[in-house]
Design a protein around this ligand. Structure first.
Ligand code: BMA
Length: 316
């Protein structure tokens, strides 16, 4: 099923032949772009929470469902989260969701970027069915984004990864914060940083919610490099210690997925592969990474968890 790898890449994630899985043309109402989807499985279907950009340049979050996660998508006629005057912090848009199943809550937590006049901030909402949401609201003030929650507490705390931009130096790295109740958060602690001189030198940000494995929390993140032709967004992998996620156990020196196909190289922002969700099937071991391509369409690349962990085990 997956398309062949592209020369020069790690060959671990193989793009779906059905890519792009979703485009603006699939939407039940006129939109400019559909990208950067979060993913969940509700027991019956693959559920994507997509960032959808309208013709004012504002984004909302909308749900698409499919039995096999590849084809036959049914798209909700109404958005799940959309900008409104009631929510000042996101009056310019809701962007880049990550969805985490939290069994303790009997619900999924959606972490997304609330974009408003004071800048991008991290906002949380919960949903039991992907039809209605309850907003928790902004939990990390601007400038902050790329937030993803762990599915369980570490000790007594929920753990949220996010990307505050530092006032000194303007750095954008992966940090984490802890909370007892998802509402009040302790001061952020640094987890890992952009690497000078490498493919992830300009900025980095957490991708999908980390996946619990026997080797640690498996992390996919986006790394940005400035080039004379603009910025390139690629995907790297890392492992964090299960009980102390501040400890980086491994980090891939190379990227695992980068823009290479027409739908990744052509679009509103060429050269962007931006992962916000993945699904692991414990029965087949398949690991599907859902991502936005060129800020225009939704795509997926597949591997197996054992292959990914094996490749990472050989990294320093
Ligand atoms: C980031 C976010 C993403 C976007 C990416 C590339 O800052 O805004 O939504 O995909 O830039 O444009």
């Amino acid at each position: 099923m997956p398309e062949s790898w592209h020369p020069g890449e790690q060959r671990v994630f193989r793009r779906a032949v059905a890519n792009p899985l979703l485009t603006a043309d699939d939407w039940p109402y006129p939109v400019n772009a559909v990208f950067n989807p979060a993913v969940a499985h509700d027991g019956e279907q693959t559920v994507l929470v997509c960032r959808v950009e309208d013709f004012q340049g504002r984004s909302h979050l909308s749900v698409a469902r499919s039995a096999d996660g590849l084809n036959g998508w049914s798209i909700d006629p109404e958005p799940l989260i959309y900008p409104s005057a009631d929510h000042q912090a996101e009056m310019w848009g809701a962007e880049d969701p990550r969805v985490t199943r939290v069994d303790e809550l009997g619900a999924w937590v959606i972490a997304y970027t609330a974009y408003g006049p004071t800048g991008p901030a991290v906002s949380l909402a919960t949903t039991a069915d992907f039809r209605t949401v309850e907003r928790i609201g902004v939990v990390c003030p601007p400038d902050d984004k790329n937030a993803a929650l762990l599915p369980r507490r570490i000790g007594e705390h929920f753990v949220l990864f996010h990307r505050p931009r530092t006032v000194v130096g303007g750095h954008a790295d992966v940090w984490m914060s802890r909370s007892l109740d998802l509402r009040s958060w302790l001061a952020p602690e640094p987890v890992f940083r952009a690497r000078a001189g490498q493919w992830d030198s300009a900025r980095i940000g957490m991708g999908p919610p980390p996946l619990e494995t026997s080797d640690g929390w498996l992390v996919a993140y986006h790394g940005v490099r400035h080039t004379v032709a603009g910025e390139l967004y690629r995907v790297g992998l890392a492992l964090l210690d299960l009980e102390d996620p501040l400890k980086v156990v491994r980090r891939s020196p190379e990227w695992f997925l980068g823009p290479a196909t027409a739908y990744e190289l052509q679009g509103d922002v060429p050269g962007v592969v931006f992962p916000c969700g993945w699904l692991h099937d414990p029965f087949t071991d398949s690991l599907r990474l859902y991502y936005g391509a060129a800020d225009s369409v939704v795509a997926m690349a597949e591997s197996s968890l054992s292959e990914v962990l094996d490749r990472l085990s050989r990294c320093g």
